[in-house]
Design a protein around this ligand. Structure first.
Ligand SMILES: NC(=O)c1ccc[n+]([C@@H]2O[C@H](COP(=O)([O-])OP(=O)(O)OC[C@H]3O[C@@H](n4cnc5c(N)ncnc54)[C@H](O)[C@@H]3O)[C@@H](O)[C@H]2O)c1
Length: 258
């Protein structure tokens, strides 16, 4: 995964900055950590899976990236506060916050339990609210602005069958992004969202083949995206290349549902 980012000409875009990425023990979050690290950021991996997070940080260190990890359940305010503080203690104040942690608990409206609705909304939406709130507070205090990127989903734009919980949470992230972008612009903090489409990760590999094929048929580019193709967009939004972009939602879908 890191080969493309490290070998590319992105070196230096985030030199001297510290980035916190939630849910970065694997999948898209891990790729984001690698790409931001490849561009010069020090990275803090927060994940509910402590062991996988530590292994992920070790792998990044082996690739020459300054990385550390901390167990963090994004639904717990204290743990998110501790994650942001861990960044300040280890690498300096957070300059980039990526709210990426996510889960799915799919079922139709008829069959979904309230606990499954609440769990998904809590991880994606409350988790990102916690991340935005604590990162913004640290960025304000430091006084040098910053960039917050929320990982939404195309499901938040179009709604997915069997995902009322996930689609609601991902649409909610758009509102959170825009409202906080307005509140934080004066402090030089930009807040944007990315809406990936079908990306090849553990989350989507769990999907039945028929569902995978049906989604592929909707994609003009006729292929799934790779985690690196999401991570590169996050790097753009995190960096000064996007210095005049805030409150934006970028779709990374190969043209699906344009
Ligand atoms: N894979 C896709 O096609 C796709 C498409 C659109 C959006 N997304 C979004 O991208 C993000 C990453 O997805 P992925 O495919 O890499 O999933 P993944 O399941 O591979 O990784 C998710 C990570 O989040 C962690 N996590 C779960 N609950 C957590 C919690 N409460 N606190 C902290 N960490 C927690 C997991 O341990 C895991 O490491 C999610 O927000 C997902 O909704 C994925």
């Amino acid at each position: 995964m890191l080969e493309t980012s490290r070998a590319g000409n992105d070196m230096g875009l985030l030199d001297g900055r510290a980035a916190v990425i939630t849910g970065a023990a694997q999948g898209i979050g891990y790729e984001i950590a690698g790409v931001l690290g490849g561009a010069g950021a020090s990275v803090v991996i927060g994940d509910i899976n402590e062991e996988a997070a530590a292994e992920a940080a070790e792998r990044l260190v082996k690739h020459g990236i300054a990385a550390t990890s901390l167990r963090c359940d994004v639904t717990e305010e204290d743990e998110v506060a501790a994650l942001v503080a861990h960044c300040a203690d280890t690498f300096g104040p957070v300059g980039v916050m990526v709210n990426n942690a996510g889960i799915t608990r799919d079922a139709t409206l008829r069959k979904m339990a309230l606990t499954d609705f609440r769990a998904v909304v809590d991880v994606h939406l409350t988790g990102a609210w916690n991340g935005t709130r604590y990162a913004a507070a640290a960025m304000r205090e430091h006084g040098h602005g910053g960039s917050i990127v929320n990982i939404s989903s195309i499901a938040g734009k179009v709604g997915n069958f069997g995902q009322t919980n996930y689609s609601a949470a991902k649409a909610g992230l758009v509102g959170l992004t825009k409202a906080s972008a307005k509140e934080l612009a004066g402090a030089g903090i930009r807040v944007n969202a990315v809406q990936p489409g079908l990306i090849r990760t553990a989350m989507t590999e769990a999907m039945p083949q028929s569902a995978w094929d049906a989604k592929l048929a909707e994609i003009p580019m006729a292929r799934a995206g790779e985690p690196a193709e999401v991570a590169q967009v996050v790097l753009f939004l995190a960096s000064d290349m996007a210095s005049y972009i805030t409150g934006a939602v970028l779709e990374v879908t190969g043209g699906r549902y344009m």
